[in-house]
Design a protein around this ligand. Structure first.
Ligand SMILES: Nc1ncnc2c1ncn2[C@@H]1O[C@H](COP(=O)(O)OP(=O)(O)OP(=O)(O)O)[C@@H](O)[C@H]1O
Length: 333
């Protein structure tokens, strides 16, 4: 996994700043991660931790009021952080696609599903009308829509929630991206359909070599789907590493708290407790480690010094002055 050639996406120092009456607030602060080709990375954290904003910043889909900076953003080794919006626009969709929690608001309600896919195929891959139509049916087949020739002629409202989500994935795949950002795509679905969509994403990774950033607050989903996990708290990366390390041996107390909140059947962990307190709101970002007011292991240094993200083992990094040891769920009881 080392070497730029194997990386679909490299992000260094991504920062998103909001300015308001309460002053400036870094809602994503110095976020760095890498995504290998064909890898699935879970981006995890409580509501408001900055998962969506970080990914929308990568897609350049944020409103102008939010200022974005980064030391580097590389797509398959190509630096894109310095491109103008006009230069970046053709890469959106083509190199990096996105699917959302609510497909209904991202599909055109008055256009047939097949036409929406075919139009994207034509615009991004330059195919003629006939070939684009054939490709749209093939994509619907690949995402598991039964009877795709017929269903291509349907409108979004004629699809069930799970079928609409599949259709949106087909629209995202129409431009043949190497990277897919999936922002809570299964949250609104019932458990059976959710499991089908997760299986579809795994299948697409295996068949197309798709690299996926999967945004969720559900560690159960992450444990089924992801290879690695990145944990965000109040805009900062707490911990990142292989799924098994993060779930079985969390080093950051916030990660340990999240793991402890999961039901036993989804993570293999014992159900222990919830994390006390609330994440910081606008204008009240704690100094030092942002998690320290809620942290059972906090010492004096945690309120004054921001912990750097450092290597803890071969493939894991965590940002904590007083990390947990190696025992399974040590310190969370
Ligand atoms: N346009 C905006 N202007 C100012 N602040 C914003 C804007 N959009 C989002 N935020 C703030 O940025 C923070 C991160 O929001 P974000 O939606 O990325 O969180 P999230 O981790 O994706 O949460 P959720 O799981 O609820 O989707 C929140 O505090 C939110 O209020």
């Amino acid at each position: 996994m080392s070497g730029a050639g194997s990386h679909a996406l490299e992000v260094e120092g991504l920062t998103v700043t909001a300015s308001g009456p309460l002053g400036e607030r870094r809602i994503v602060d110095d976020l760095s991660f890498q995504l290998a080709r064909g890898e699935i990375l879970g981006l995890v954290g409580e509501s408001g931790s900055g998962k969506t904003v970080a990914c929308r910043a990568l897609m350049r889909l944020l409103p102008p009021a939010l200022a974005v900076s980064a030391d580097a953003i590389r797509l398959k080794g190509r630096e894109v952080a310095n491109l103008s919006d006009a230069q970046f626009a053709p890469l959106r969709g083509r190199e990096i696609g996105m699917v959302f929690q609510n497909p209904a608001s991202h599909l055109d309600p008055v256009m047939r599903i097949g036409e929406q896919i075919a139009e994207t195929v034509r615009l991004t891959r330059g195919l003629g009308r006939r070939d684009a139509r054939l490709e749209s049916v093939e994509l619907l087949r690949q995402v598991g829509i039964p009877d795709p020739e017929q269903r291509a002629g349907a409108f979004p409202h004629e699809f069930s929630g799970g079928m609409r989500q599949r259709a949106m994935i087909a629209v995202a795949l129409a431009s043949d991206p190497d990277i897919l950002i999936a922002d809570e795509p299964t949250t609104a679905l019932d458990v059976t359909v959710q499991a089908q969509i997760l299986r579809l994403l795994l299948d697409l990774r295996d068949r197309r070599g798709l690299a996926i950033v999967f945004i969720t607050h559900d560690l159960g989903v992450v444990s089924q789907l992801c290879d690695r996990i990145a944990v965000l708290y109040a805009g900062r990366l707490c911990e990142i590493g292989p799924k098994r390390d993060i779930l079985m041996r969390p080093r950051h107390p916030y990660t340990a708290g999240l793991v402890a909140c999961q039901p036993a059947q989804s993570t293999g962990a014992r159900r222990l407790r919830t994390i006390e307190g609330q994440p910081p709101g606008a204008g009240e970002m704690p100094s030092g480690c942002r998690f320290h007011p809620r942290c059972p292991r906090a010492g004096e240094d945690c309120g004054t010094r921001q912990p750097p993200l450092v290597a803890m083992g071969a493939e894991r990094r965590a940002a904590c002055h007083h990390p947990l040891g190696h025992g399974i769920l040590e310190g969370t009881a």
